[in-house]
Ligand binder design. Structure first.
Ligand code: F6P
Length: 343
């Protein structure tokens, strides 16, 4: 049995831990593992593979990033893309493919599974917005990194009596903003789930100032929507192969508006990619390891077209197609927690 493994989309702390666990379990079963470099690009454009041995990957559990590289290449953009990928799977003599990625990467895995390829999906994204799992690995590590930065921003904001606006990643769902904001005691948390008006933010700042608060921390997700402004604020009009614009800038935009309308000194910071490169925290190392082991067990059992998932405290497998339907948004209960502290 020869298994191919690839990582696609934005990197997430824990990818290497999944690869390590896949290799470990595969060797136990006497399977061979090859890493396909640069996500789907490695099965579509320039095929480059690397044999993976446990003795070589044993110590990568603590490393963020991905040793087999990643890309945002989308074979579905090319009318012949899926055909080419299938041909390469055949040429490489792969008996199974483990695709580790977020909704974009797994949408390609889903298509391949529908066409009969032997594919297993492993959900990943720091955004935590994959619907079929309670948590994606990398998310809590990114939250930890964001929380550390927010704690620091609070200190300097307090010394200077400033309004600090921090922008964090979160395209469709505001999980990182919600968790890091609650964890750092932010005064206001703005999410894609709840479009907001600039005038409401300004009123909030004025109210807090009137109550005697001279410094505030505002956390905003990059994909948060301004109700009286059309569309998300973007850095660039260019789109990636999955049709996503490059987000970024909502924090700066908001900070300027706040300073202009309230006269209060305001600073903004984009935490952006910085929070994606942290060494995975223990939870993510363990979750990634459990996902990797389960993925190979599914290969051994011949249960293809499945996705590994965390359900409560258990690792289960679900239908890859069902598991990718929709987006997992911040839930009502967490929104109420936010409201308890941010009003
Ligand atoms: O992987 C998801 C994500 O972290 C989004 O939150 C963010 O918009 C995007 O990646 C940034 O991607 P890139 O690394 O391609 O700039």
């Amino acid at each position: 049995m020869r298994i191919g493994v690839l990582t696609g989309g934005g990197d997430a702390p824990g990818l290497n831990a999944v690869i390590r666990a896949v290799v470990k379990r595969a060797e136990e079963y006497g399977f061979e593992v090859v890493g396909i470099k640069r996500g789907w690009a490695g099965l579509l454009e320039k095929v480059e593979i690397v044999p993976l041995k446990y003795s070589e990957v044993e110590n990568i559990i603590k490393d963020a990033g991905t040793i087999i590289l990643t890309s945002r290449t989308n074979p579905l953009k090319d009318p012949e893309g899926i055909k080419k990928v299938r041909e390469n799977i055949k040429k490489l003599k792969l008996d199974a493919l483990i695709a580790i990625g977020g909704d974009d990467t797994l949408s390609v895995a889903k298509k391949l599974a529908e066409e009969g390829e032997k594919v297993i999906g492993v959900p990943k994204t720091i955004d935590n917005d994959v619907p079929g799992t309670d948590f994606t690995f990398g998310f809590l590590t990114a939250v930890e990194a964001a929380m550390d930065a927010l704690d620091n921003l609070k200190v300097t904001g307090a010394s200077h009596e400033r309004i600090m606006v921090a922008e964090v990643m979160g395209r469709h769902a505001g999980w990182i903003a919600a968790y890091s904001g609650v964890a750092s005691g932010a005064d206001l948390i703005l999410l894609p789930e709840r479009p907001f008006k600039i005038s409401d933010v300004v009123e909030f700042v004025k109210k807090k100032k009137a109550e005697g608060k001279n410094s505030l921390l505002i956390v905003v997700a990059e994909g948060a929507l301004i109700a009286d402004y059309s569309g998300p604020i973007t850095k660039d009009v260019k789109k990636d192969q999955f049709g996503h614009v490059l987000l970024g800038g909502i924090g700066d935009f908001l900070a300027k508006e706040i300073e202009k309308t309230t006269g209060l000194e305001t600073r903004s910071v984009i935490l952006g990619h910085v929070i994606r490169g942290k060494s995975p925290i223990a939870f993510d190392r363990v979750l990634s390891t459990r996902f990797g082991i389960k993925a190979v067990d599914l290969v051994k059992e011949g249960k293809f077209g499945r996705m590994v998932s965390l359900s409560g405290t258990k690792i289960i497998d679900i239908d890859l197609i069902e598991g990718m339907k929709g987006t997992r948004l911040v839930d009502e209960e967490l929104l109420k927690v936010i409201d308890a502290f941010c009003s």
